[in-house]
Write a protein that binds this ligand. Structure first.
Ligand code: ADP
Ligand code: MG
Length: 357
């Protein structure tokens, strides 16, 4: 459906998009993940035909964006980072305006009604956009993108500035749209792509650094089970017993105490479920286990394992106590940290719940 070949965009001497290539099949929901300034918006603007490229080729549905800009725009619904809303119009006036602008020829009333149903804005249809909450404005922006039934929809950071309830609603809406559209969404939040997308393309400093199916990432996350375990027993002896086990690849004593119990972070070896066996060993030793909580993988671990696989050659975990088959390079660590920081920053910036929608 979409084919980007060696795309380059320079702003003066600043290279915002540096030789980016990827393909997206019809019906995929693809997440474009990268820290701020990575080049996501620039790539999306070029794809949507709002910005010219310096070099490279962009094809949508077999059409070249440069040769047939109008035909390409007809196939793409775009929600830019700043939704192009006219605040003085009512929702109805605005959607009719966009409908006419796009030169649509279907039954207008029916088409707009269907869209308002999907994005759930019927109850604010007659209201002036200026008076709507950010969540509702974002949905009007999505409605605008859906007018004309384009097969491809592009969302640039669709949940920025929304409160947690609105974020969940918009993510659900995007997933619903993904059932019968090709969707590309950009975000600097790792959990957002994991929650919504089939596939994740990570972009950093204008380059694609990873391109991976989300299910593979989740498998990696699953295959490295981490637990927080509470055990009553002498800490040093317990640590030494845990360390000696072949079904445990990593152990750390955590500072938290719960009555007599010490807490440990325990990671089981790949593809081994050590829980029952650990339970029996502890019972035999007379060191009761009073808690076990699955932690999944840390964001950083998941991230590094994605980036790890994109380098040259196959990388496998070393046997024994090594946590990773290869330690990440400094550049990868920097990128992981940048994404983790921007995710944390985004979490701080989530708007307080507005209560309106
Ligand atoms: P992202 O959307 O991933 O945050 P952008 O595509 O907006 O990243 O920006 C990529 C790089 O291009 C950044 O370094 C940014 O400062 C630069 N850039 C973006 N737009 C312009 C512009 N209009 N003029 C000059 N530089 C720009
Ligand atoms: Mg952007």
């Amino acid at each position: 459906m979409i084919k980007i070949d060696h795309l380059v965009k320079n702003y003066g001497t600043n290279c915002a998009v540096d030789d980016v290539s990827f393909e997206i099949a019809p019906g995929e929901i693809v997440g474009f993940l990268g820290p701020n300034g990575a080049g996501k918006s620039t790539t999306m603007n070029i794809l949507a035909g709002y910005l010219s490229s310096t070099a490279g080729r962009v094809m949508v549905d077999g059409l070249n964006v440069l040769d047939e800009p109008l035909e390409v725009k007809r196939r793409i619904g775009y929600l830019p980072e700043q939704p192009p809303l006219y605040l003085d119009m009512t929702v109805e006036e605005y959607l009719i305006f966009v409908y006419n602008l796009k030169g649509c020829t279907m039954n207008r009333t029916k088409h707009l009604e269907e869209i308002c149903d999907v994005v759930k804005i019927k109850d604010v249809y007659k209201r002036v956009i200026r008076n709507l909450s950010k969540g509702y404005r974002q949905r009007v922006g999505i409605a605008q993108a859906l007018i004309g039934n384009p097969p491809v929809i592009i969302f640039d950071e669709p949940t920025v500035g929304l409160d947690p309830k609105q974020i969940i609603e918009i993510r659900n809406l995007i997933r619903t749209l993904g059932k019968d559209h090709t969707v590309i969404l950009s975000t600097h939040i790792l959990q957002e792509v994991q929650a919504v997308c089939d596939r994740i393309i990570i972009i950093n400093k204008g380059k694609v650094v990873a391109d991976e199916l989300t299910e593979n990432i989740n498998r990696v996350a699953d295959g490295n089970r981490r637990y927080r375990v509470k055990i009553c027993g002498p800490q040093r002896e317990v640590m030494s017993m845990l360390n000696d086990r072949s079904d445990i690849s990593y152990v750390e004593a955590l500072p938290a105490r719960d009555g007599e119990a010490y807490t440990y972070l325990v990671e089981s070896a790949p593809n081994i479920d050590m829980r029952k066996s650990l339970f029996y060993t502890l019972a035999q030793k007379g060191w009761p286990m009073v808690g076990m909580e699955a932690l999944g993988m840390s964001l950083e671990d998941i991230f590094i394992s994605i980036v790890d696989k994109t380098g040259e050659g196959e990388r496998v975990r070393k046997p024994g106590k090594a946590r990773r088959g290869r330690s990440a390079t400094d550049a990868e660590k920097d990128l992981a940290q940048a994404i983790i920081d921007s995710t944390a920053e985004a979490q701080k910036n989530i708007a307080p719940y507005e209560g309106e929608d």
